[in-house]
Write a protein that binds this ligand. Structure first.
Ligand code: MN
Length: 271
């Protein structure tokens, strides 16, 4: 299992140079700490230059573990379940662009907030819309050998796909081998009856793993039992990334990223 760090980048639409600057600084910081890869959020792949990212990857010596897509929802309201047909087809088109970016620079494409919200609608209808949208993107992704991962989010951040079971059921109904599950210890701590049990139950579709402690601080600063969780990941033969996605606490981005790395690598090395 390799360690990855989610790094923050500014909105590329308004400031492509800042994005590149943030990316370069974030990648260098991650590399200096010891991480194997970074995970990046890309609102609009059209304004990102994959060749520049590839040259940074090569120069710094880091991989891209995953590409987050939630900014397209937060900033532009694109969602796979939008009632507005333009926003719904826009989300599908946008995710296809994320797929193309991924085929250039590597990394799984994350389906998180871009799922949208059920709101006052009938949940089954929204889920059907979601499944249809993901399937279209996944079929496109298959041609590029790109994988999509769907992330259960806790009830305070989304009103559907909150648990591993609910999300796994949808992944099974989509039934494509390039669509898998992304589990996140912060969300699991809120929603799962038993974190290790859920990991074990869904081991066959688990493709990516986010870690933050119970308070979303760096692992080691809350009360999640990472020793037990990592033991379970070892036992199921998980070979994907463990990607640190926490608030910059304690002590800011660099300090918390370093503390997270030290804490997690100690556990991974069995000390
Ligand atoms: Mn996450």
């Amino acid at each position: 299992m390799k360690l990855s760090l989610v790094i923050s980048t500014s909105d590329a639409a308004f400031d492509a140079l800042a994005f590149k600057g943030d990316l370069e600084n974030g990648m260098k910081m991650a590399k200096n700490i010891g991480y194997d890869a970074v995970e990046i959020a890309v609102r609009d792949p059209k304004v990102v230059d994959p060749e520049k990212i590839n040259s940074l990857k090569k120069e710094i010596g880091l991989d891209i573990s995953a590409i987050g897509t939630g900014q397209a929802y937060l900033a532009e309201k694109f969602s796979l379940t939008s009632e507005d047909e333009k926003l719904r087809s826009g989300a599908i088109e946008r995710l296809k662009e994320h797929v193309e970016l991924s085929s250039n620079i590597g990394g799984l494409v994350i389906i998180g907030l871009i799922r949208g919200m059920v709101g006052s609608r009938k949940k089954e209808n929204v889920v059907d819309m979601f499944v249809e949208g993901v399937r279209e993107v996944a079929e496109y992704a298959k041609r590029f050998g790109v994988k999509l991962v769907i992330e259960p989010l806790n009830r305070y951040e989304s009103d559907f796909l909150n648990t591993a079971d609910e999300t796994a059921q949808i992944i099974e109904s989509i039934s494509m081998d390039n669509v898998g599950l992304l589990l996140d210890t912060f969300h699991m701590n809120i929603e799962e009856r038993n974190i290790e049990g859920s990991i074990r139950k869904h081991k066959d579709i688990l493709m990516h793993f986010h870690v933050a402690d119970s308070n979303r601080w760096a692992p080691g600063y809350g009360h999640i039992d990472f020793r037990s969780i990592f033991k379970t990941l070892f036992e199921i033969g998980y070979d994907g990334y463990i990607s640190v996605e926490c608030m910059p606490l304690p002590g800011g981005t660099e300090f918390s990223s370093k503390k997270a790395y030290e804490y997690l690598s100690k556990i991974l090395n069995g000390r």
